[in-house]
Design a protein around this ligand. Structure first.
Ligand code: BDR
Ligand code: CA
Length: 317
C-alpha cells in the first residue's frame, strides 16, 4: 500500500491524478494539499474540495501557499479557465465541505514526522509548499519516502522554450527541493507528451454515465484548449499529472534513469529550466550526484487504459 499526499493546483489533469489515486486499491490517499499555480489559491483549494465532495472521497483538504517564493506571474487562465477547473459543459457542484484549519505546510510536516520513511509526496503543482516544509524542518527530506513530481523536462519546455510551467512558476522552490537530498522521481514534459488523453478515451469516459457527465465535460474543456493552440490534428492532450500516480500503481509503464539535475533560476530565458545532465557517465570516475530519477519513456496504451478506467469509475459515481 502506498501512503501518499497529493500536493496540487487543480487543474484538470490534477483532478485526473486525484481520481486515479482515489480509485486504485494500492494507493492510500491521506491528504490533498493545495497551492497556487494554475489559478489563485482560493480557486485551487475550492476545486480540490469540489472534487472530494463530488466523488465522495474521504480525504482532508488543506490550503497552502498563496504565492510563489519570489516569482510573480499572471495565472494561466487560457489552459484551465479562470476557475482552474472550467468545463465545456456541466461543472462539478459547489463545494459543501471546508478546508482544514491547519496550513498545508504544517500538515505535510506533521504527517511526514508521524510516519518517517512512509509517506510519498506526489507533487503535481509548483513546489512552494514542499520547499517551505523543507525550510521549516531541514531534517524532513530524510523522513519523506520520496517526492514523485510532475514538472520540468529533459527536453522542450511549455511556458518558455526551456521551462515547464510547474517548475517555472516557482523555480526557487523547485531548486530548494532538488538540492534537499530528498529522493526525487521526475515526470517531465519529455515523457508526459507521450501520455495522452485521446478522443476515444474521452468518448469511453462519456459512455460510462448516461445523461450529464461533468468528468467527460471537464476533460473536453482541457483537450479543447490544448487543441486550440497545439492544433486540432493532435491525437490527444498531454495528461501530465496522472503520470506521477500511474508510476506508483504500475512502474513498468515507464522507463526511468537517474541523472544529476538542477533547476535554473537565472535570467537569459533559462528561468525554471530543469537542467538534466544527460551526458554519458563513466562510473569509475564520475563524482556527480544523480539526485533525480527521470522518466524517459512511457507505454501510452497502458497509461491511457489506466487513466480512462479511473475516470470512467469517477464518472459513474
Ligand atoms: C503542468 O502545469 C499545469 O498546467 C498542469 O496541471 C500540470 O501540472 C504541466 O506543465
Ligand atoms: Ca497541476
Amino acid at each position: 500500500m502506498h501512503r501518499i499526499i497529493i500536493d496540487c493546483d487543480p487543474g484538470h489533469d490534477d483532478m485526473a491524478a486525484i481520481l486515479l489515486a482515489a480509485w486504485h486499491p494500492s494507493i492510500q490517499l491521506e491528504a490533498i494539499t493545495a497551492v497556487c499555480g494554475n489559478a489563485p489559491l482560493h480557486h485551487t483549494t475550492n476545486n480540490a474540495l469540489r472534487i472530494v465532495d463530488a466523488f465522495g472521497l474521504d480525504v482532508p483538504v488543506y490550503a497552502g501557499a498563496e504565492l510563489p517564493l519570489l516569482h510573480r506571474y499572471a495565472f494561466p487562465a487560457e489552459f484551465h479557465g479562470p476557475s482552474g477547473l472550467d468545463s465545456a459543459g456541466e461543472e462539478l457542484p459547489p463545494a459543501r465541505s471546508k478546508a482544514q484549519p491547519q496550513h498545508a505546510v504544517d500538515a505535510i510536516i506533521e504527517r511526514v514526522e508521524a510516519a518517517p520513511g512512509e509517506i510519498t509526496l506526489v507533487v503535481v503543482g509548483p513546489m512552494t509548499n514542499i520547499a517551505l516544509a523543507l525550510a521549516l524542518r531541514p531534517g524532513l527530506a530524510q523522513k519523506i519516502k520520496q517526492v514523485i513530481f510532475m514538472g520540468g523536462s529533459a527536453g522542450e519546455g511549455n511556458v518558455t522554450a526551456a521551462a515547464e510551467f510547474n517548475i517555472w512558476a516557482d523555480a526557487e522552490a523547485a531548486r530548494m527541493v532538488f538540492r534537499s537530498g530528498v529522493k526525487l522521481v521526475m515526470f517531465g514534459l519529455n515523457v508526459t507528451h507521450q501520455t495522452l488523453m485521446r478522443r476515444e478515451d474521452v468518448a469511453q469516459i462519456r459512455a460510462a454515465r448516461a445523461g450529464s457527465n461533468p468528468v467527460a465535460d471537464i476533460m473536453d474543456f482541457y483537450c479543447g484548449t490544448y487543441y486550440s493552440f497545439a492544433g486540432a490534428d493532435k491525437p490527444g492532450a498531454p495528461m501530465h499529472d496522472p503520470c506521477a500516480v500511474a508510476y506508483l500503481i504500475d512502474p513498468s509503464i515507464f522507463e526511468l534513469t537517474a541523472y544529476p539535475g538542477e533547476v535554473l533560476v537565472g535570467a537569459d530565458g533559462g528561468y525554471g529550466q530543469t537542467l538534466i545532465d544527460l551526458r554519458p557517465q563513466d562510473p569509475a570516475h564520475d563524482q556527480r550526484v544523480k539526485n533525480v530519477t527521470v522518466a524517459m519513456k512511457a507505454d501510452p496504451q497502458r497509461f491511457a487504459a489506466l487513466v480512462t478506467q479511473a475516470l470512467s469509475w469517477a464518472a459513474g459515481r
